[in-house]
Write a protein that binds this ligand. Structure first.
Ligand SMILES: Nc1ncnc2c1ncn2[C@@H]1O[C@H](COP(=O)(O)OP(=O)(O)OP(=O)(O)O)[C@@H](O)[C@H]1O
Length: 659
């Protein structure tokens, strides 16, 4: 009974649910994380580049300057290679030193100039791009800040990643794609023109080599890596979601026995991601090897063509080395194409935000629910553990004898010599002041808190001797700090029982008082609840958690403040509904601060400072002096004030008489 439970409590999801409709398979998720790939998506992506580059207009002169400097760097490199080759080959013939002076000075000047140009190009390029990116980031921030609330299906981390990494993709588009591509194009054209003066046939060979290196190979690299790259980004997103669910939802996964399946699922996703990344790496190596072959073949073709055209030996050498430098510079386009493939998803997301008509489109979280193999969700498919999906068919006896719990040696015990007999089908409520030990008692019953002394038995055997993975199916329910997964209502419910059909879901949800709300939602059972249930009210999260606990139907159902966060009338209705709907074979341990509606339980225990200070039926305790009666009177008085303040929408159920 932690006070904050009301806001956060909910039960969790994964179970062996059928692949939910909301889950999109990677193949159906485009790079922008939107379902549906193919041609329209491509058109949309190109539109994304246009949208993003429109923002570059104010910085065009600076960017053009950076592009020219990049081209100058490449040209200086090409000229350096050609001049140095001419110098070496000419010097081999021992000519007069005067004839070499210009070449010697040129080599030095080009070597120094290339370094200077490279430095200036980096300076100018980053200056222009950082200015532009600052502008883009400010716009993205303003757009996110102006939103009335989170878009359905979007996580808080998603907004952060749009602001940081997606905007960096804009920077990479300019610096690592457009500038190198422009420089390679200029160098290629100059090299072909220069070669044409020496030998037109050699120039044609060079042109062919440059087209293969600068057009065919980048196109092949894009085609080969695009499908894989499109699957990598959503998978990374899904894996990040798994990591959050596995850490923040660890207690709930364990409580419903879904942790091993969730771990398996995350492991399968990680393995799939590794496989795709290996495939990308292999494709990259293959394309690089093809590039090297193209360089060699082009040089050979140029040399043969030049020799065939009776070009002098020194010039043939210069042409060969110049060809080498030009084709290698053009191969930068392969890297640029690969980079572009990887950037498209992020560019699409930035464009979605910055274009009003795109912004209105629902943007599901980046493939958070995409899975490598089965389309199941991170939260919604716990794999099929037969034991988990089978409801316990009968009740079990549970017993605590002289149980004492001490969290720290020397500290006062959180439970002190507690005796509790809970035969199958018995329903008890545990009440008491804050810090009395109520949650600790539930901890002992669910096997998460081990007593210092005393014994806890379930079905006649030591409770702590039971299989830790099976125990949650025997004793479990709604515990404090429950976690709601970023998944649909159905997926969150199916964590409770994987094989529940819609009628069973509806019965549990009706008992928790959430059925009407679900029916009113356009997506019904497939309504996304947001990260940790952020798209639900506190009361709705609590009802969802309760419904999931009821669905789990363990032999001993423990409920820690099931009606916390609900208004008094709703709390009464929910408690009455759940007591009425409970299978009579199952036991119930209900921890609550609210004393109304407890007439439906067999016994109420009052805990204080770890000891059971009162026990009896609700009516008996209300008639005896003590903590229970004082608290009952206080709550009744407060409730009368509450009801006097506003019209009660629902009549109180199940607690109007003496307690
Ligand atoms: N993990 C822990 N480590 C140390 N002390 C703990 C821990 N959990 C509980 N306690 C202490 O044990 C005592 C009983 O706590 P417990 O949470 O069981 O009370 P509670 O009746 O559920 O309280 P509340 O109604 O406020 O939730 C308290 O004094 C608390 O400070």
């Amino acid at each position: 009974m932690t006070p904050t439970t009301a806001d956060r409590s909910t039960v969790t999801a994964p179970a062996s649910a059928p692949a939910p409709a909301a889950a999109a398979r990677p193949a159906d998720v485009d790079a922008g994380g939107r379902p549906g790939g193919g041609a329209p998506a491509d058109a949309r992506r190109l539109g994304a580049e246009r949208t993003v580059l429109r923002l570059a207009r104010p910085y065009l002169p600076r960017l053009a300057g950076a592009g020219l400097l990049a081209a100058g760097t490449e040209i200086a490199g090409l000229a350096l290679m050609a001049t140095a080759t001419w110098l070496l080959m000419t010097a081999a013939g021992r000519p007069e030193l005067d004839t070499l002076t210009v070449a010697i000075v040129s080599v030095r000047a080009l070597a120094i100039g290339r370094g200077v140009l490279r430095y200036t190009e980096r300076l100018a390029g980053h200056d222009a791009v950082l200015r532009m990116v600052t502008d883009v980031r400010a716009r993205v921030f303003a757009t996110l800040a102006a939103r009335p609330g989170p878009v359905a299906g979007q996580r808080s981390g998603d907004a952060l990643s749009r602001l940081v990494s997606d905007v960096e993709a804009v920077q990479d588009l300019v610096l690592r794609v457009l500038v190198p591509a422009a420089a390679a194009t200029v160098v290629g054209l100059l090299a072909v023109t220069g070669t044409a003066f020496v030998s037109p046939v050699a120039a044609l060979c060079l042109l062919a080599g440059l087209l293969v290196a600068g057009v065919a190979l980048p196109a092949a690299a894009t085609a080969l890596t695009r499908r894989t790259a499109d699957r990598v980004a959503p998978l990374r997103g899904a894996l990040a979601v798994d990591a959050v669910d596995l850490t923040q939802g660890a207690a709930d996964l364990a409580a419903f026995g879904a942790a091993p399946a969730a771990l398996d699922r995350a492991g399968a996703r990680a393995a799939e991601l590794a496989r795709l990344e290996r495939r990308l790496a292999v494709t990259g190596w293959a394309v690089d090897a093809a590039g090297t072959l193209v360089v060699g073949a082009t040089v050979a073709a140029v040399v043969v063509a030049a020799l065939g055209a009776d070009v002098g030996g020194v010039l043939v050498g210069v042409l060969a080395v110049g060809t080498l430098a030009a084709v290698e510079a053009t191969l930068a386009l392969v890297g640029a194409a690969r980079q572009w493939t990887l950037l498209r998803a992020a560019l699409g997301r930035v464009a979605d935000l910055l274009t009003p008509d795109r912004r209105d489109l629902p943007t599901p979280a980046p493939a958070t629910r995409a899975t490598p193999t089965d389309g199941s969700t991170a939260a919604g498919d716990g794999g099929s553990t037969p034991d988990r999906s089978a409801a316990i068919s009968s009740g079990l006896d549970c017993r605590l004898d002289a149980v004492t719990v001490r969290y720290r040696s020397g500290a006062a015990p959180a439970l002190d010599d507690v005796h509790l007999d809970l035969p199958a089908g018995r329903r008890i409520a545990v009440v008491g002041p804050s810090g009395a030990g109520k949650s600790t008692l539930l901890g002992v019953l669910t096997g998460t808190v081990r007593p210092a002394t005393g014994t806890a038995t379930l079905d006649g055997t030591d409770l702590f001797g039971h299989d830790p993975e099976r125990l949650p199916r025997l004793v479990g329910g709604l515990l404090a700090e429950a976690y709601v997964f970023h998944a649909t209502v159905r997926e969150n419910l199916l964590l409770g029982r994987a094989d529940a059909d819609t009628d069973e879901l509806a019965a549990a949800v009706a008992a928790a008082g959430l059925l009407d709300w679900i029916r009113q939602q356009p997506d019904g059972w497939d309504t996304m609840v947001g990260e940790d249930g952020a798209q639900l009210s506190g009361g709705q999260r609590q009802r969802l958690a309760l419904a999931r606990a009821l669905l789990a139907a363990p032999a001993v159902l423990v409920l820690d403040e099931p009606t916390e966060g609900l208004d008094p009338a709703a709390a009464d209705a929910v408690l009455a509904g759940l007591l009425a709907g409970l299978d009579p074979r199952r036991s119930l341990v209900l921890v609550t601060h609210r004393l109304r509606g407890l007439t439906g339980v067999d016994e109420v225990l009052v805990l204080d400072a770890g000891r059971i200070v009162q026990r009896g039926s609700a009516a008996e305790l209300a008639s005896r002096p003590g903590w229970y009666r004082d608290q009952w009177q206080l709550q009744e008085a407060a409730e009368r004030g509450y009801l006097a303040l506003g019209p009660a929408e629902e009549p109180p159920v199940g607690g109007s008489g003496p307690p």
